[in-house]
Design a protein around this ligand. Structure first.
Ligand code: PGA
Length: 249
């Protein structure tokens, strides 16, 4: 990936007013790819507010089937029809609050790829797992089950996000050596399955102050940003700060 990818995950936040304000103030630069993931109900407004600005739109979740009696759910193919490009799969909040499991994560990846959406697959350890020395095991297990029977011969657009659960929304960014270790492990694990480079984002309390130094960690190809992506000013500042520092061949 030649440019860093910065993904704004708004979660269940924002309003129609706020959305207009966000895009009016949006001032990105060409040295990064930016993506915004609004709540599903704002997708259309988001697309029209973006106009021809260089920012892609994604969704925070899809369901494990393409159509049918699944009240309240949205499928990958419905989103593709709206020109949505990205989808988060397996965010730890969904694993924690909606009891999403590894099998569902794997099913969703299959459907996202079939609909030619770019999946951003989230993995990460809890604090307890880290304290018990299980981080590597957890990451490998999550990766192996997420990528089970995923054939990427025809669709190479896929992204992994390493998000230590204890760093999300807490202000506790993981130390650089922990991020380095996790990203190296993810890269090595994926390299044993696929013969091309899969970008790896870091997520967990990324902000305008720490982004510039985090982007220089080896194999950090961008960020998944929650809280600091809600205001245009701080999101744009992250993009600007990292593009000054991004060095990749
Ligand atoms: P945060 O969220 O930046 O608020 O920690 C990141 C995420 O959940 O993707």
């Amino acid at each position: 990936m030649s440019k860093p990818l910065i993904v704004a995950n708004w979660k269940m936040n924002g309003s129609l007013e706020g959305l207009k304000d966000f895009f009016e103030k949006l001032d990105l630069c060409e040295y990064a790819e930016a993506v915004v993931l609004p709540p599903a109900v704002y997708i259309r407004d988001c697309i029209s507010a973006i106009g021809n600005r260089a920012i892609a739109v994604g969704i925070q979740n899809i369901w494990t089937e393409d159509a049918g009696a699944f009240t309240g759910e949205i499928s990958a193919s419905m989103l593709k029809a709206l020109n949505i490009q990205y989808v988060i799969i397996g965010h730890s909040e969904r694993r924690q609050y909606m009891y999403e499991n590894d099998k569902q994560v794997n099913d969703k990846i299959h459907l996202a790829l079939k609909a030619e959406l770019i999946p951003i697959i989230c993995i990460g350890e809890t604090l307890k797992e880290r304290e018990n020395g299980q981080t590597d095991l957890v990451l490998k297990e999550q990766l192996n089950s997420a990528f089970e029977n995923i054939n990427l011969d025809n669709q190479k657009n896929i992204i992994v996000a390493y998000e230590p659960v204890w760093a999300i929304g807490t202000g506790l960014t993981a130390e650089k050596n922990k991020i380095l270790d996790a990203h190296s492990l993810i890269k090595e694990t994926l390299e044993t399955i696929y013969n091309f480079n899969i970008p790896i984002l870091y997520g967990g309390s990324v902000n305008a102050d720490n982004a510039a130094s985090l982007i220089n960690i080896e194999n950090v190809d961008g960020f998944l940003v929650g809280g600091a992506s809600l205001k245009s000013e701080s999101f744009c500042q992250i993009v600007k700060n990292i593009t000054k520092n991004f060095e990749r061949s």
